[in-house]
Design a protein around this ligand. Structure first.
Ligand SMILES: [Zn+2]
Ligand SMILES: [Zn+2]
Length: 274
């Protein structure tokens, strides 16, 4: 086990927030300005694992903590990637795939991308030029990705870390892959988790990252009540809420949440044992 850093680089729902065109939905609180979904894991030896590659990926790689002043050089920028874990094929989780080409350019090598076969098939159809012969693609300055299909319940290894992936229901929107890395669990875009997974995979979790769209019920995402029920079941030491809608105003939730449940914001950094 080693200490890694988890950076929650994108904590907003699919359209990002706050939405424009309706001043009543706006917020002047920087914590309510959320990029689309994503996270970065940084290892003790400089290793980098990405979870998802959404439409704001370039900004997440360039300024993961969202603290660079405009036009300043971003000294915290991400310059390598040892693997990408894709939770599912929705636009807000993978349509930034093309932005990985700059990391290929900096590294001079291909990047392994892990996804469930059904999601991988979509990505291969959508971005065929990213998965062609790595050398030829790199010469053309296109992304050079190596597709690695993963099965539910299968364990695999990235940077010496044992990763478990498992099925989660996204309601009528299909399926998502959840990930467990060490004592960290990353569960986004879900409506239900099979009982067996709760018992056999999501036990002894220290840090839980979980989908929580808003108070109101939604067909494909957990609302607060549903997320709270799952958190009480999983019993992590600390839990971070992500994938929030514009209805969630950060400041209003600070008094609502218990000490071990944190309302995330873009750039939040957490130490995890992996
Ligand atoms: Zn999403
Ligand atoms: Zn989704």
């Amino acid at each position: 086990m080693a200490e890694w850093e988890l950076i929650l680089t994108g904590t907003g729902t699919s359209h990002g927030n706050p939405p424009w065109g309706n001043p009543n939905m706006w917020s002047n609180d920087p914590r309510d300005h959320r990029r689309r979904s994503g996270a970065i894991l940084k290892g003790p030896g400089g290793e980098v694992i990405l979870i998802d590659a959404g439409p704001d990926l370039m900004h997440q790689l360039r300024d993961p903590y969202k603290r660079t002043k405009m036009y300043e050089y971003p000294t915290d920028c991400i310059c390598r990637c040892d693997g990408v874990l894709i939770t599912h094929d929705h636009a807000d989780h993978c349509h930034g795939l093309n932005d990985l080409r700059h990391l290929n350019r900096l590294m001079g090598s291909e990047i392994p991308l892990y996804a469930h076969e059904s999601h991988l098939n979509t990505l291969l159809q959508m971005f065929p030029y990213c998965f062609r012969d790595a050398h030829a693609v790199y010469e053309m300055s296109s992304p050079a990705l190596r597709a690695i299909p993963i099965k539910d319940g299968e364990n695999f290894n990235i940077c010496g870390i044992d990763v478990q992936s498992f099925y989660m229901s996204h309601g009528p929107a299909g399926r998502t892959s959840g990930f467990r890395l060490g004592k960290l669990a990353y569960l986004t875009d879900l409506k239900e988790i099979p009982e067996e997974t709760l018992e056999t995979v999501l036990n002894d979790i220290e840090v839980l990252v979980i989908d929580m769209l808003r108070d109101e019920t939604h067909e494909t995402h957990l609302n607060w009540e549903e997320a709270e029920t799952l958190i009480q079941r999983i019993k992590p030491l600390t839990c971070y809420l992500v994938h929030m809608g514009y209805e969630v105003c950060h400041s209003e939730w600070l008094d609502r949440l218990p000490d071990n449940i944190i309302m995330s914001y873009d750039g939040l950094s957490v130490q995890v044992q992996l």
